[in-house]
Design a protein around this ligand. Sequence first.
Ligand code: SAM
Length: 290
Amino acid sequence: MNLWSPTTLKEILARHNLTLSHGLGQHFLTDFGILAKIVEKAEITKDDAVLEIGPGAGVLTRLLAQAAKYVVAIEIDKKLLPVLAETTGDLGNIVVVNADAREINFDRVMAEQTGGEFGFEGKPYLIVANLPYYATSPLIFKVFEEGYRVSSMTLMMQKEVAERITAKPGSKIYGSLSVVCQYFSEPKIVLKVPRTVFFPPPEVESAVVRFTLKENSLTSEERLRFFQVVRAAFATRRKTIAKSLSGALNLKRNYVEEVLLKVGIKPDLRAEQIPPESFYRLSQLVADGK
Ligand code: SAM
């Protein structure tokens, strides 16, 4: 079944009496070359479990299932369930879960749906998705903030967001998303994707980012503190890092300046000039001083 053919896709949608929702970011891929490239860049093996966010009509899901051991696909839109049953029902290694991906615990879902093999104490899994663009940042933050057992993510997103994720310190677009992604992973833009390969075409250009997650041994408290400090630092981008942190974390300015100097950060720098690793050291010391 050539699900990626626009004619087939339109025929299926019409038969199920469906119109696509712009609000849910429903722009479906209709280019086999791009789909194959996403699967290739994800480097999936037959031992892997893949979590897909937003399977839509199942076009990517089918290709993922051919490469992986299991695919667990989280789809928010109930109306797509009969479509997915038709397009993926013949493959025995796909489970579709009807849920809002922002609301569920990925490790728990992976453990439940793969017989405990992946998630929690089990093996790490991969995330591969053509994301709904309205939820890109929250979903990426969620993976790192919750510390899920993920080994890599290969994600299609709006090109501007991909550029923010990979931006270097000192760049105007370097922000909290860049810090978090680059601290916890090595993100790389692996593919630029034109609007024309989607049905219906979105208003923006897209890109695929491959995130290779780094090993880390942060406790949940350290992780929490890291996110607090990063958010506080970028809450007021125009202010100096000393002013932003003392204001947002309710700490004395002298104390913050002392800590900044200890980790080698000049207190009059802006958050956008500070590399990801320094944010980690900063968050550790801020914790010690309380
Ligand atoms: N994977 C399909 C493809 O590549 O053609 C569809 C991708 S489309 C860009 C995004 C999909 O995510 C849609 O199917 C949409 O219904 C679903 N979606 C939107 N918000 C979601 C959420 N919060 N949780 C899970 N799925 C969501």
